[in-house]
Design a protein around this ligand. Structure first.
Ligand code: ADP
Ligand code: XUL
Length: 567
């Protein structure tokens, strides 16, 4: 495979509009990070009053949303901060980005005119105040659409059939059920909406000054796209809401060019024209934005089938690549954003970092140091103490908010399956911490094995905020029995977005698809994409003992789902 050289002076800018923050990463042509910035929604934009970047309405059926305008304001702010870091915007050849998956944005009739006539003298937030028919965007944490999920599944011939068509059964957080809920509960709002974007597409639209296409990878997170043909599925559209195709616009591959950067961001050439805002070059390309997990897949350079990525961000996700996956009831299939015909397979947990923080705050003096000491002073397998901690309504397994704790009676790690478990109220604090982390990784191992993903994986590449924590990674390596690697920056989504900006630029410049390894194959030893061994594999004996505990955990989990779960 021939290498593809990027012009020596060029820069590539990637964003990640995630749950709690907007991050930006700039790569140079050697694929090294030269600048990065982050806007934290709660602390940098306190006037929105979000907690963890969201508003929760627990009494409203698990509704969880974020203010759409907050993302716009964060975009101007992050660009201003990059400008203060002396970023030379004129050298940026291409921009791309990542968005938390599934969340949806509703553009009111007439908003395309606002988009196409952005005034560089005014901040974005001052121009879009009246642009959205739904001011609070439903996001991936929402669980208020169970009724719509069942209706959509029934209309297409069942959950498995919907999964076969779209890559996933209906999920509350997916855009399709959310759109159906708006159509059913607020029909006038639905009719007043001229375009529906997912968050990644919404952000790309702001950059090109017109409605961007939905990329095929993030489009697969809507329960609306035919995963094999990569076109809107007629039967899924009809099961969701009338007149929907027109409101969604077209689909495009993730490596495609969405458009040129809008004049709002561009350098003005003469003194007599209106003032410049950021001095981007007018030839700067905007590459399709995509979902955060797919961008992480790109940023982690995941291209070997036996490799598994685990992202420990606000959500926890586990993903790998696949060439011909068979979608099932559990897990999700999306097109691989940096391959023409390939796919990625993924599992998602809603109780990730915020639940770890909650347990840390309750049992470990609000300190990661104390939390890690507890992990280190407790024995592997936790003396048979198993915990299920759901601060949020969980996706996998589908269980409501609550905690369940069990102790395996007369625990000996060789005979665990035959033993009974006893439900208890609480453990001692160190055991709570270990039960949480062991439980999270045992669940991931069990469900990846059930999906036929590699077991043990050749290696795990860990990313996301909590991947900075070596004690947590050490449990990961013991439970999965394989080496755990990390990249220099735990934020692989914005890194991946910057790499995808370079990839889209390369494909556009060459006029045909460029296999992405051509961009980095000669730089993998010496760039910001380099994966380094963080924790070597635990012993295979320990991994086998964990396999027994895992079976017991799944048995208990299945009983919990029978008792409390959604179907
Ligand atoms: P997002 O999914 O919103 O992009 P991030 O990947 O930025 O989230 O991760 C943010 C989370 O990282 C925080 O909620 C925090 O709990 C977690 N985190 C940061 N540092 C540590 C640490 N040392 N140990 C465990 N978790 C951590
Ligand atoms: C993926 C999912 C989450 C969000 C978080 O299906 O729901 O990982 O993408 O940003």
């Amino acid at each position: 495979m021939d290498s593809f050289s990027l012009p020596p002076d060029s820069l590539f800018l990637g964003f990640d509009c995630s749950t709690q923050s907007l991050k930006a990463t700039v790569l140079d042509s050697g694929l090294n990070v030269v600048k990065s910035e982050q806007i934290r929604f709660d602390s940098d934009l306190p006037h929105y009053n979000t907690k963890d970047g969201v508003f929760r309405y627990p009494s409203n059926n698990g509704r969880i949303v974020s203010p759409t305008l907050m993302w716009l304001e964060a975009l101007d702010l992050v660009l201003e901060r990059l400008s203060k870091l002396s970023l030379d915007f004129g050298r940026i050849a291409a921009v791309s980005g990542s968005g938390q998956q599934h969340g949806s944005v509703y553009w009111k009739k007439g908003s395309s005119t606002i988009l196409s006539s952005l005034d560089p003298k005014r901040a974005l937030v001052d121009q879009f105040g009246n642009a959205f028919s739904v001011k609070e965007s439903p996001i991936w944490m929402d669980s208020s659409t169970t009724v719509q999920c069942r209706e959509i599944e029934d209309a297409v011939g069942g959950a498995l059939e919907l999964s076969r068509i779209t890559g996933s059964r209906a999920h509350e957080r997916y855009a399709g059920p959310q759109i159906r809920k708006i159509f059913q509960t607020l029909p006038e709002v639905y009719h007043d909406t001229e375009r529906i974007s997912v968050i990644s597409t919404f952000m790309a639209s702001l950059f090109i000054g017109s409605y961007a296409c939905i990329d095929q990878t993030d489009g697969a997170g809507m329960n609306l796209m035919d995963i094999k043909q990569r076109v809107w599925s007629r039967i899924a559209l009809e099961a969701t809401a009338p007149g929907l195709e027109e409101k969604l616009g077209k689909l495009a591959p993730a490596h495609a060019i969405a458009g040129h950067i809008a004049p709002y961001y561009v350098k003005r050439l003469t003194l007599y024209q209106s003032p410049c805002r950021y001095n981007f070059n007018e030839n700067c390309l905007v590459v399709q934005w995509s979902g955060d997990n797919p961008n992480s897949l790109a940023g982690l350079t995941l291209s070997i089938p036996g490799d598994l990525a685990i992202s420990l961000g606000t959500s926890d996700t586990v993903f790998g690549i696949a060439s011909d996956p068979q979608p099932q009831l559990e897990g999700h299939v999306f097109p691989n954003p940096v391959d023409t015909g390939g796919y990625m397979v993924m599992l998602v947990y809603k109780n990730g970092s915020l639940t770890r923080e909650d347990v840390r705050n309750r049992y470990a003096e609000k300190s990661w140091e104390v939390f890690n000491n507890f992990l280190e002073q407790t024995p592997p397998l936790n003396g048979g103490k198993i915990g299920f901690y759901y601060k949020e309504h969980e996706i996998l397994p589908p269980l409501p908010v609550g905690c369940h704790r069990y102790v395996i009676q007369n625990f000996s790690s060789n005979t665990v399956e035959a033993l009974d478990e006893k439900e208890v109220e609480e453990f001692d604090p160190p055991s709570e911490v270990r039960a949480l982390i062991e439980g999270q990784f045992l669940s991931m191992r069990a469900h990846t094995e059930r999906l036929g993903m590699p077991s043990p994986p050749k290696r795990i590449i860990a990313t996301g905020g909590a991947s900075a924590n070596k004690s947590i990674l050490s449990l990961m390596s013991s439970i999965f029995g394989c080496d755990v690697y990390t990249v220099q920056k735990p934020d692989s989504a914005s890194l991946g977005a910057a790499l995808r900006a370079a990839h889209g630029w390369a494909c556009s410049t060459k006029g045909s698809f460029v296999p992405i390894p051509c961009l980095y194959q000669d730089k993998l030893e010496n760039s910001s994409l380099t994966c380094k061994l963080a924790v070597p594999a635990g012993t295979s004996q320990l991994a086998s003992k964990y396999a027994l505990l895992m079976k017991k955990r799944i048995e208990i989990e299945n009983n919990l789902v029978k008792k409390f779960g959604r179907c």
